[in-house]
Design a protein around this ligand. Structure first.
Ligand SMILES: Cc1ncc(COP(=O)(O)O)c(C=O)c1O
Length: 400
């Protein structure tokens, strides 16, 4: 690493492993007006429950203004922790006590706390191939050795998982509609991975921000319900309410909880109690199930529009799986086209995507890219995919 001139400050060794998020940098270019951007990882702002938030905010300021503006418990707001425990019991088949719930600043903070508590220099950490870029960013500064597990359209392959399990600190898994690949683990795959993990004593970190966003049938139950004492579960309100709230949660086995809590205390004392109270106020009205159903209906139409557009324009130029949930299509370009090199041409042609390479902990594949289908209208999706197909074809790809 070249020395960075920060004198009189000397940077800690770990900063050499910190990098700007490639995606956040890219988004600055791709979000210019007039560009059809399928690059963002954002939920659609049209789904935010603005009126419910407005009313809940007024109620919090009327009924508990001083409590809502005061310092609060590091664990999180008690009634919200209780709500999370009950929600997970009802929707994930998890039997957890609210005392295991730690409210975090989004699940992204949960990932950082996991790194802080579980990773030493050189610790082996198993991740999917590809995996969520934000997790790589969170884990890397703790100087662990990230290893990409051979994965297929159903998640990590059991043989690869079993082969790598011994001696690893944990495996980071995304069973539902992974970011970036959009795939879902089958029931058989979940059962196999949970069995191997338990047998090898390999802890799992299960990240599930997209689990409620299924469009055809609900996914099989998660890994945390299969091995509660070996799985640390991360959830988020970002994709089902609004990401600007920065509200998520970690559910930890009781023995691990105190260390996560201490890590959280050092990081920020607690998550904004004002936001927690407002969100609890919204949730206790019971609106979430209907709200999620409305998001599903909306996103399903977008997913279908992108599937049709890809069939129409991209056949022969790339391969993909139709996602049954989440927000993304993952494309593998035919003929080894480099998606990073192609991006400036795509932006010139008025369309943007995220190249796939940054999502790999090891052995990046340049011929991959991620398309979000939730923030662009179904009509515009067709125009965007058509423009992208033209750019790929003009790059010297074989014609269909
Ligand atoms: C897989 C995954 N995990 C975690 C996060 C972080 O979400 P948040 O911190 O908003 O809860 C994201 C955000 O896009 C994600 O895709």
């Amino acid at each position: 690493m070249p020395e960075i001139a920060t004198a009189p400050f000397t940077l800690a060794r770990r900063t050499a492993r910190m990098n700007p998020s490639v995606i956040r940098e890219l988004l600055k270019v791709t979000e210019r007006p007039g560009i059809i951007s399928m690059a963002g990882g954002l939920p659609s702002a049209d789904t935010f429950p603005v009126e419910a938030m407005r009313e809940a905010t007024a109620r919090v300021l009327r009924d508990a203004p001083r409590e809502a503006l005061q310092y609060a418990a590091s664990e999180g707001y008690g009634p919200l922790r209780e709500w999370v425990a009950q929600y997970l019991a009802a929707h994930q088949g998890m039997s957890v006590s609210s005392s295991q719930v730690l409210i975090t600043n989004g699940s992204q903070q949960g990932l950082d706390l996991v790194g802080k508590v579980l990773i030493d220099a050189g610790s082996r950490v198993l991740v999917e191939t590809p995996t969520y870029l934000g997790a790589v960013q969170a884990f890397t500064p703790y100087e662990g050795a990230l290893e990409g597990l051979a994965s297929d359209g159903e998640g990590p392959r059991p043989d690869a998982f079993a082969g790598a399990a011994r001696g690893a600190r944990f495996a980071y898994v995304l069973p539902n509609f992974q970011n970036p690949r959009g795939h879902v683990y089958s029931e058989a795959r979940r059962a196999a991975l949970a069995d191997i993990a338990r047998g090898e004593g390999l802890p799992l970190v299960e990240d599930n921000p997209y689990g409620d966003l299924w469009y055809d049938t609900p996914p099989p139950r998660g890994l945390a319900s299969r091995w509660p004492e070996g799985v640390l579960y991360l959830g988020s309100f970002s994709k089902v309410l609004a990401p600007g709230l920065r509200l998520g949660y970690a559910v930890a086995p009781p023995a691990l909880y105190p260390k996560l809590l201490q890590a959280k205390q050092a990081a920020d004392l607690h998550t904004a109690i004002f936001n927690q109270r407002i969100v609890h106020e919204v949730l206790k009205s019971g609106m979430l199930d209907d709200h999620i159903e409305a998001i599903r209906t909306r996103y399903r139409a977008h997913r279908d529009a992108m599937a049709d557009a890809l069939d129409r324009h991209m056949t022969g130029l790339a391969t993909w799986q139709r996602p049954v949930g989440g927000m993304f299509f993952w494309l593998e370009l035919a003929g080894g086209v480099d998606a990073t090199a192609l991006l400036p041409k795509a932006v010139e042609a008025g369309v943007a995507y995220v190249p796939g390479a940054p999502f790999y902990a090891e052995g990046p594949r340049a011929d991959t890219l991620r398309l979000s289908f939730v923030t662009v209208s179904p009509e515009t999706i067709d125009a965007g995919v058509a423009a992208l197909a033209r750019v790929i074809r003009e790059s010297g790809m074989p014609r269909r």
